[in-house]
Design a protein around this ligand. Sequence first.
Ligand SMILES: [Zn+2]
Length: 377
Amino acid sequence: MFGQRVTLFRLLGLEVRANTSWVLLAVLVFWSLATGLLPHQLPGLGHVSYWLLALVGTIGVFFSLLFHEFAHALVARSHGMRIEGITLFLFGGVAEMTEEPPDPRTELRVAAAGPIASGVLFVSFWVLAGLVAALTPAEPLVALLGYLALINLILALFNLFPGFPLDGGRILRAWLWQRHGNLLRATRTASRSGQGFGMALVVLGFWALISVGALGGLWWILIGIFVIGIARAAYDQTAARNAFEGTPIGRFMTHRPVTVEPAMSLGDFVEDVAYVHHYSVFPVVEGGRLIGLIRTRDVRQVPREAWPNTPLRSIMQAPAPEQLAERQDDADQVLQRMQRSQSGQVIVVEDQQPIGVVTLRDMLEHLAVRQELGADR
Ligand SMILES: [Zn+2]
């Protein structure tokens, strides 16, 4: 989701970045202002005036989104949570927290900060628009301030819907978590509500698209799909945390991993190892000690004719820290590392010897079994 992004600036110790998809949102806001709303509200101005006003309006929207996310981020930081920064993307902004709130009270405060901030901006822009209208005949300024007031009101209300990943969903989760003391159950409720909300957006979007022919419907469909995806992921993530946190990774490992020697040829490796044991990474061992890793897909870099005469040593790589674990490491931490590095597999090492292997697939299967057994209810 945050693939290509650029850092825009730093403010109050937080890095503000923009995902390339944000450009599309900026263009959309600018375009709808310059060609739709402004000509409608202020007829008779020249093209250049509409463009300049639309530019100011777009900057205002940018400021409003950042104000909302900064509120989340600063409250989170004041509660000791680690914040990566703020990223703007296609559907607005997100304060990237690297950890979950430690308790319901903190979650409630962090979640409520955003809509409160947007509410404050709404009132400010609204009062300002009234003042300007009373004091000067500056119609364009009044129209812009009114527009920004409306945007902030929508931001506050939309985000208050009680479904994940919206702020209201976090508030609901905090409340249920506080009431029943069960984070997983609270997350499931907020996640289902969020998925329902996402589906409603998709249905509304299709309805708008078909019955009114409104292209804006496409926008609602996209947001709906996005909300459904995040809502589901939020539950999966909490379920995973619940299952793995505090459990050593050694419990999930397959003992005595398949190892290879550095002198083995690529040809033998493919025939006797890769085709037989379906792992993506194999530990390379010399004298019982781990000296490197061989990834199955790296074999492709060598032309097929050369496989019989190329030793594994020539394409093996030094193990990166995220590809290794120790028996006692927290399974939740290891799972997160695996997902971040996208390797899907870790080698468990003891005294420099590979003693086991854990794959993402094994861990997900463990989760599925837990769900079948109703362990999380
Ligand atoms: Zn928010």
